[in-house]
Design a protein around this ligand. Structure first.
Ligand SMILES: [Zn+2]
Length: 455
């Protein structure tokens, strides 16, 4: 355990707005024990002039980072999510545990440089290329944990239960063989994954039934106790074909069917939830579940637009993830979330809270919803939360000379990860001057992997 430490920020974005002269006290395990505005700096370490909380990236399939940009050519027939998925399955045949660890380390380092301080890994690549479990069924989970440990990012691991190739328990396809477990095998996987997280400070675990296509509601009910008090994530209503398949199978739409069939509450995170009727949107908001939005991936895959104005008006909570990692950017994800609405509704500042700018409104909402979705008991810069600090570079051209109250708007709409100067996780600095401390090592390891697997 480290000794108690103190940090100081000239300005810090606290849960209820900006505070000036903020003193942070951090205990030996890296948790904030006190946050006081209007304080003297004393001997505290100076973080910077502009400090905002770290955000969780609540939805990731780390290995997909390695195929970003490789499915952007037009095929023979109309391209769609489903043709992208065939490229994915082809790519999957080549990945070893060492490859996955190196790719995940790159993803974690890029997330940290963007301002994300927790990875929510929706982890479904479990078995060897022939579909056989490794000697340790949690081998791949261990590799995700190792990447998190090597980079310093916080980890919430969400082992995925994946059993079928379509609604109603349809058999899986050959391309899905590395994902498949029955409920008993999944229980062993969860147990092993938990052991891999032992010793990883602050790590949490939940579970992720992949989707209503890949798991029946009976199976989901059976595995739910394995989540303990951790989060439960599920992909739902990402694609219109999924909605049509669900309707023709059971007469209900995916979100409707999910809410009717399972005890969805604030522990749950509905990933995408793109295609909902107004009634479903209201019901999902009232359930307390977080909507896990991935605007850049949803745009890349041609999924559709989430009805954010209606969901937020109904009191819904959301967080963001970079999912396929077609690009890893905190500012860009939030910006695209707003821009999708502007393009569709032909208005401006559509996801803006009263009294705050749109960028800051989105940022604060995603910090809060993201924390809930990765199982953190509190969010933002307050006592009880991990001491995750993101220090913005006030000399960056997109931020220079702006009033503090417009800084996050300027970062989200006019900036990118180059606005992030330093990042601390649990009070420990892992990004300095925009670079992860192990960037060179991680990038060279990743480049070696890619030289071996791209054909
Ligand atoms: Zn996903």
């Amino acid at each position: 355990m480290d000794p108690v430490r103190q940090f100081f920020a000239d300005n810090a974005l606290l849960p209820h707005g900006w505070g000036r002269d903020v003193l942070f006290t951090v205990d030996g395990s890296g948790l904030l024990t006190d946050v006081s505005a209007g304080a003297e700096r004393g001997a505290a370490r100076h973080l910077g002039r502009l400090v905002v909380p770290g955000m969780a990236n609540l939805h990731s399939h780390a290995f997909q980072r390695a195929m970003a940009g490789l499915a952007e050519q037009r095929g023979d027939s109309a391209d769609s999510f489903w043709t992208w998925r065939r490229t994915l399955y082809d790519f999957l045949d080549r990945l070893t545990p060492d490859d996955v660890e190196a790719i995940a380390a790159l993803v974690c380092s890029e997330m940290l440089e963007a301002g994300f301080t927790t990875l929510g890994e929706f982890h479904y690549l479990h078995h060897d290329p022939a579909g056989r479990p490794y000697d340790d069924i949690g081998e791949m989970a261990g590799r995700i944990a190792a990447a998190a440990a090597a980079t310093g990012i916080g980890l919430t691991l969400l082992p995925v239960f994946y059993a079928h190739g379509g609604f109603g328990g349809a058999p899986p396809t050959d391309g899905q063989r590395r994902f498949i477990n029955d409920p008993d095998g999944f229980a062993r996987l969860v147990e092993s994954a938990g052991q891999h997280l032992d010793g990883l400070a602050g790590a949490r675990m939940g579970i992720a039934p992949h989707s209503l296509r890949a798991a029946t509601v009976e199976e989901i009910g059976r595995i739910l106790p394995l989540a303990g008090d951790g989060p439960v994530h599920i992909h739902v209503a990402e694609q219109t074909q999924e909605v049509e398949d669900c309707l023709s199978w059971c007469g209900r739409r995916p979100v409707e069917y999910l809410l009717d069939s399972l005890p969805v509450d604030a522990r749950w995170c509905a990933i995408h939830a793109t295609h909902m009727t107004p009634a479903e949107t209201g019901a999902l908001a009232r359930s307390g579940a977080v909507a896990g939005l991935c605007p850049e991936t949803e745009a890349n895959l041609g999924d559709g637009l989430f009805d954010a104005p209606r969901f937020l008006a109904a009191g819904g909570r959301f967080g963001i993830g970079s999912d396929s990692h077609i690009h890893i950017g905190l500012a860009e994800e939030l910006r695209l979330l707003e821009y999708g609405q502007r393009l569709s509704l032909r208005g401006r500042n559509l996801l803006c809270d009263p009294g705050a700018g749109t960028g800051e409104s989105l940022f604060r909402a995603a910090v809060s919803g993201g924390a809930r979705a990765v199982g953190q008991p509190v969010d933002g810069l307050q006592a009880g939360q991990r001491a995750d600090f993101v220090v913005l570079d006030e000399s960056h051209p997109s931020l220079a000379g702006r009033p503090v109250e417009r800084m996050v708007d300027s970062w989200i709409f006019a900036g990118d990860r180059s606005c992030v100067r330093d990042v601390h996780v649990a009070g420990r600095r892992v990004v300095a001057d925009g670079r992860h401390l192990a960037r060179d090592l991680i990038r060279s390891g990743y480049a070696r992997v890619m030289a071996g697997i791209i054909r």
